[in-house]
Design a protein around this ligand. Structure first.
Ligand code: SAM
Length: 237
């Protein structure tokens, strides 16, 4: 829902949402729904009318207040289609705020369907009872150099570096200051030497190791996101 939520607000549903409610979920006029928009918490709504052509809801009362989500981005090179879907679904469950796909020197799967990923993020948010939906950015072309050039300097970039000389992720995260952060994971073929050198010279980058085994990109992304949540994110509350 993108509309501001408040008791008494009526919301017209477009055809597709009405179809989903009426035909897929088999909801009828008078049925309750839980709705959220990422800002106003979770609200109970009642369906006033639903048909194939459209529908209308009325917002009733707030069920949960807005929750502050951890400010953690996940930057990754696209991998195979089903593994991208896995990263989006599990990353959403684990509380990523933004998915940031980038093309790198060794990216083999250069297609990333951001619209599809947005739908996967909505589904995973609903399933996990998040009160917001993570943002999925379009695939960033121009490579690592463009990403680093535009990087917001106050956001720490935690670089999963499989080369073996970075400190263990847990040790690094424990010593890190609180603040906006992002995780950077390479493609199946890893980062090129050129990219790795470029990344490691930046003052906002902190390299970390995820142990002696080379993990698949999706495993690395979700392991590091879990560690960050446990040490710096909302698993600590
Ligand atoms: N270098 C590899 C290759 O030649 O195929 C493997 C790349 S790995 C499959 C994909 C990404 O996961 C890496 O670029 C890195 O960001 C992350 N990764 C995997 N294992 C890691 C580890 N043990 N420590 C840190 N990062 C790791």
């Amino acid at each position: 829902m993108e509309t501001a939520l408040n008791a008494g607000v009526e919301i017209d549903l477009p055809k597709e949402q009405a179809h989903y409610l009426g035909t897929v979920l088999r909801k009828m006029a008078g049925d309750d729904l839980r709705v959220f928009n990422g800002e106003s918490g979770e609200w109970r709504a009642e369906i006033q009318q639903v048909s194939r052509k459209g529908g209308r809801l009325i917002i009733c009362e707030q069920l949960r207040p807005p929750a502050k989500m951890p400010d953690i981005w996940l930057c990754f090179a696209p991998v195979r289609k089903h593994r991208n879907a896995f990263i989006i679904e599990k990353g959403t469950e684990l509380g990523a705020a933004v998915f940031y796909p980038i093309l790198t020197d060794h990216t083999q799967f250069v297609r990333f369907n951001a619209d599809k990923a947005r739908l996967q993020a909505i589904e995973a948010s609903e399933q996990t009872e998040r009160l917001d939906v993570p943002k999925v950015r379009d695939l960033r072309v121009g490579g690592i150099e463009v990403m680093l050039k535009d990087w917001p300097q106050d956001r720490r970039l935690i670089f999963a570096d499989e080369a073996g000389d970075a400190a263990p992720a847990l040790t690094v995260l424990k010593g890190m200051e609180d603040g906006p952060a992002a995780i950077l994971i390479g493609p199946e073929g890893g980062f090129s030497l050129r990219e790795r050198e470029m990344i490691r010279t930046k003052s906002f980058v902190t390299p970390v190791s995820l142990g002696p085994r080379i993990l698949r990109a999706d495993t690395a992304a979700l392991s590091l996101l879990s560690l960050w949540q446990a040490v710096r994110g909302d698993w600590t509350v």
